[in-house]
Design a protein around this ligand. Structure first.
Ligand SMILES: O=C(NCc1ccccc1)Nc1ccc2c(c1)[B-](O)(O)OC2
Ligand SMILES: [Zn+2]
Length: 231
């Protein structure tokens, strides 16, 4: 039996061939997308409820080297994301992770009018109103809600991101994990301007399940070059 090749981003295992191993990657609502600001329609019905979020601060969260970046496991039964495009359901934080590149000119998954950012943070939530587990939620079109926050490279470092990337020297290889001793409050990752684009999409990586209500903030947060490039 041919072992399922590790998916990645090379010509032989990258996005163009994912659909061979992961059928959903060939679907009709695949992410990421290029956000064309000129055709993005603003939701005229002002009844769209305000998006609200509430997080706890946690310490000793486990951080994992995924081989494509880092991921912090942060299941928070006390967290709530609701309103905006999420209807009447409540979504709970499960994990957050980043996508980055080798230079500050690339790295984000989504692009805005063709422009890539240095990186992108994903805060992943699942619908606890309708489903009993993350894995179950990931099988449904309204199962996950992901907040996307772009990273812009500037001169000031981001203290909260520093708490995370300062542990990366301990997890140099894929599959390694360690604990983040500091207290992390996910609220601090969000930009001050809360304007966002939203659309129905998918996981941006295999298995590419078409289960994500994307909420991508317009305003990036600023980090330093070191905080958002891997070496
Ligand atoms: O959770 C993931 N895989 C494991 C899995 C377990 C159970 C069912 C399906 C998948 N992947 C994943 C989750 C969320 C996001 C992404 C990838 B992303 O697109 O990178 O940003 C948002
Ligand atoms: Zn992601």
């Amino acid at each position: 039996r041919v072992m399922a090749a590790e998916w990645g981003y090379s010509p032989t295992n990258g996005p163009d061939v994912w659909a061979r191993l992961f059928p959903q990657a060939g679907g009709a609502r695949q992410s990421p997308v290029d956000i064309c600001t000129s055709i993005a329609s603003s939701d005229s019905n002002l009844e769209m409820k305000k998006l609200t979020f509430a997080y706890e601060s946690q310490s000793d969260l486990r951080i994992l080297n995924t081989g494509h970046g880092w991921k912090v496991e942060a299941p928070q039964s006390g967290s709530r994301l609701e309103g905006g495009p999420l209807g009447e359901d409540i979504y709970q934080l499960e994990q957050f992770h980043c996508h980055w590149g080798e230079t500050s000119a690339e790295g984000s998954e989504h692009t805005v009018d063709g422009r890539a950012y240095a990186g992108e943070l994903h805060l992943v939530h699942w619908n606890t109103t309708k489903y009993q587990s993350f894995a179950e939620a990931a099988q449904h079109p309204d199962g996950l809600a992901v907040l996307g926050v772009f990273f812009d490279v500037g001169n000031e470092s981001n203290d909260e991101i520093e708490k995370i990337v300062s542990t990366l020297s301990e997890i140099k290889f894929k599959g390694q994990f360690t604990d983040i001793p500091d207290v992390i409050d996910p609220t601090t990752f969000l930009p001050s301007g809360l304007g966002y684009w939203t659309y129905l999409g998918s996981l941006t990586t295999p298995p590419c399940n078409e289960c994500v209500i994307w909420i991508v903030y317009k305003e990036p947060i600023t980090v330093t070059e070191e905080q958002v490039t891997y070496h």
